[in-house]
Design a protein around this ligand. Structure first.
Ligand code: AMP
Ligand code: MG
Length: 332
């Protein structure tokens, strides 16, 4: 069945009985993801807004579709632990939790592996990655078919309730997604529990669908606490980790001596670094973290950044730049 603006496949409640339709819809969803489009799909926690995690532009579309005012890091979904260890570095404890609770409602935050192909925008420029292996059969089928890591925050407009049915997704984001896979109501209906492994200690970063007690009993010890950016306990929560090494000067019309210039728009045809020569804010979002890293890699001490308009994804870009330009009192 199709709606006017998206293909919404209404599989019967029992997935086993919808085989033909299921195969067809998963194939279409996989093709859409590979083409860089957005696909909503069911997981056992909530419905996810999926995009190819390796493509900056596809990840930027996720933020644009949700209307998120900030680039918070996204969870990358893969079909198996084997796929996860290709992206991140798993400590013995992280592997233990993965083996016990995957597939399932547990997200593990681990250091990125060298050469990890996931877009830096997906992890908001951080050297860590949040990874999950979902259990829902349609999510599994899609991830296996697409053979790509898939970012998938909840498929709702920013600030609205997480969707637990395909109809919720269609009501909130129907015009923004290419395909909605219908796998019935989400069994858990709560986001995944997030455990971080970034400083040698397992820390609960977000409570969710898997109870803390279950994780602690598996580990044989208590989880550390995380989540306070003022008292950072995990590198992923340290504001300064969102920032490049170089100092930032914002709303700059040009570079002074010793500064690199990060341009935006057509007025700077010769700029070595331009967030979007076309002045497109979604393109600028897609390029933001990659270009900041590239400029940092030149060893320059300061970056002057062109003014960025505030509408659309400009709000999130300016939010991130403002934090990156803030005094570095939190830098260890
Ligand atoms: P969701 O909105 O359900 O996709 O969850 C995304 C959440 O995962 C973020 O708000 C963070 O709390 C957490 N997260 C994702 N990536 C990281 C990371 N690299 N480090 C720490 N937390 C992360
Ligand atoms: Mg959400």
């Amino acid at each position: 069945m199709t709606s006017s603006s998206s293909s919404c496949y209404r599989d019967p409640p029992s997935i086993a009985t919808g085989k033909t339709l299921l195969t067809h819809s998963v194939t279409q969803a996989a093709e859409a993801l590979i083409a860089g489009k957005l696909v909503a799909f069911p997981t056992e926690t909530v419905y996810g807004l999926g995009a190819d995690a390796t493509r900056d532009a596809a990840v930027a579309q996720v933020f644009a579709a949700k209307g998120r005012p900030r680039f918070n890091p996204l969870i990358v979904h893969v079909p198996s632990l084997e796929d996860a260890v290709a992206l991140g570095e798993f400590s013995p404890e992280a592997s233990e939790l993965a083996k016990l609770f995957w597939p399932g409602p547990l997200t593990l935050v681990v250091p990125r592996r060298k050469g990890c192909p996931v877009s830096l925008l997906a992890s908001a420029g951080m050297p860590s990655l949040a990874i999950r292996v979902p259990k829902h059969p349609l999510a599994q089928a899609l991830l296996k078919a697409v053979r790509l890591p898939v970012v998938a925050p909840s498929a709702n407009p920013s600030g609205r309730i997480s969707p637990t049915t395909a109809a919720h997704v269609e009501a909130g984001l129907g015009s923004k997604v290419s395909v909605i896979l219908d796998g019935g109501p989400s069994a858990i209906g709560l986001e995944s529990t997030i455990v971080g492994f970034l400083d040698g200690r397992a820390r609960l970063l977000r409570p969710g669908g898997l109870a803390r007690a279950e994780i602690e009993s598996a580990l044989g010890h208590r989880l550390g606490v995380g989540g306070d950016a003022k008292k950072p306990s995990a590198p992923g929560q340290l504001e300064s980790h969102y920032a490049p090494r170089a100092r930032l000067r914002l709303n700059a019309r040009g570079a002074k001596k010793g500064e690199a210039y990060l341009a935006f728009g057509a007025a700077y045809p010769d700029a070595a670094f331009n967030l979007s020569p076309a002045g497109d804010l979604t393109e600028a979002a897609a390029n933001l973290f990659r270009l900041l890293h590239e400029i940092d890699a030149t060893g320059v001490k300061a970056i002057a950044v062109a003014p960025i308009p505030g509408e659309g994804l400009g709000e999130a870009i300016n939010d991130r730049l403002t934090r990156a330009a803030a005094p570095r009192s939190q830098v260890k």
